[in-house]
Design a protein around this ligand. Structure first.
Ligand code: MRU
Length: 379
């Protein structure tokens, strides 16, 4: 396919606002988010002064993506503690805000654990709040480090699978700096390939219905000066058939103990296509996304979202006056019910490799995953 389809980002300014940060203005601590529902039209900050604002931001996808949800959950607990709100209540609400990405509850548990341990030790609310914040900051920092290591492992794997490449990589949803303390998961691998001149093309699935690919991945690819091309999700088949895809790189929201991968809906069909066309299907995720307590794919709770996300074209930055209930432009008859799972599950036999910060699992087996997690949890 001709390179006329490739667009090289011409807006290479770094993103000015980090995806999440903790601030302590005189009025009291806050968690500041880059509101991802407004991208790419505008970079708007969302200032959360309590955990319930963060819960709402999680539900509305203002803050999203597995690793970032973990960081947000941890900061949410720290915020409740620092402002003297009910920490247990906040932790429960945050952990339950979205069900599929395991990192959310992992992050909440870590900050809550630090808070309770310090409270138990000293009985001092202020020290306990400081401990929760330290835990959130540590998670944030570790995620950035994990991201860099995943990128290195992932790039080495791409080079091994496709020596001498000019890689043409297809990705789904959004897995870059917007979901991470660092440069992300799958996107970070593509970015590493770009930096060493080995990314020929990043194919970006638009990712219906909420367009994380079109709105966010294309935004990040442009900002990083990568050669990228956007496609509708259902154009992927013809792209494989044309021999235009060398590898698929995706993130994960939860990886079950048997290696089943829950990720943004539309991932599983890509895995099927990749198998049919003999293309490597690679999942990139931190070890915190592997959930040893979820035995298999069938045990993963898949979030079901509102019909209006499908029955309307939702462009939150352009509200349609008077439109109900989602505020978007209707594209289906009024009252139409939609099947709208936010995620799907890819079985391990379709996954060529899982790349983590601790190394690469390939082939994907329960034993290999358990060993990897055991190793990382000993550290
Ligand atoms: O519904 P979202 O936008 O939170 O879904 C995000 C994804 O599915 C990502 O691919 C996943 O979290 C991996 S991000 C590293």
């Amino acid at each position: 396919m001709a390179d006329q389809y490739a667009r090289t980002g011409d807006d290479t300014r770094p993103t000015e606002i980090p995806a999440i940060r903790w601030e302590e203005p005189p009025e009291g601590p806050v968690v500041v988010l880059l509101d991802q529902t407004r991208l790419p039209a505008e970079e708007v900050e969302l200032v959360c002064t309590d955990a319930s604002a963060l819960v709402e931001a999680v539900r509305s996808l203002a803050v999203r993506g597995a690793p970032l949800l973990g960081i947000a959950g941890a900061y949410g607990v720290a915020l409740a503690a620092a402002r003297g709100f009910a920490v247990e209540e906040a932790a429960e609400a945050l952990a339950g805000a979205r069900p599929t990405a395991v990192n959310l509850s992992v992050g909440v548990r870590r900050a809550r654990g630090a808070y309770l341990a310090e409270l138990g030790r000293t009985g001092d609310q202020k020290l306990a709040a400081d401990a929760a914040l330290a835990a959130a900051r540590a998670l944030h920092r570790e995620d950035a480090e994990a991201s860099a290591r995943m990128a290195a492992h992932g790039l080495a794997l791409l080079d091994e699978l496709m020596p001498g490449g000019g890689h043409r990589v297809l990705t789904h949803c959004n897995t870059g700096a917007l979901v991470s303390g660092g440069e992300g998961t799958a996107f970070a691998v593509a970015l590493a390939a770009h930096r060493v001149g080995r990314l020929r093309r990043l194919w970006v699935d638009e990712t219906r219905p909420l367009l994380q690919g079109a709105r966010l991945t294309a935004y990040e690819a442009a900002r990083n000066g990568m050669a990228y091309t956007l496609l509708t999700d259902n154009a992927a088949g013809s792209l494989f058939a044309a021999g235009e895809v060398d590898a698929v790189l995706v993130g994960a929201d939860r990886i079950a103990a048997d290696g089943s991968v829950a990720n943004k809906v539309g991932t599983y069909p890509l895995a099927v296509l990749a198998r049919y066309h003999h293309v490597p299907f690679i999942v990139v995720a931190p070890v915190t996304t592997v959930d040893p307590d979820t035995p298999d794919g069938a045990s993963i709770e898949v979030e079901q979202r509102a019909s209006h996300e499908v029955t309307e074209i939702t462009a939150p930055q352009v509200p349609v006056a008077g439109a109900e209930p989602g505020g978007g432009i209707p594209v289906a008859p009024l009252g139409t019910q939609a099947y709208n799972p936010a995620f799907d599950v890819t079985p391990p036999e379709l996954v060529t490799a899982i790349v983590t910060e601790e190394g690469v699992v390939s082939p994907v087996t329960a034993g290999a995953l358990a060993e990897l997690c055991g190793r990382s949890r000993q550290v």
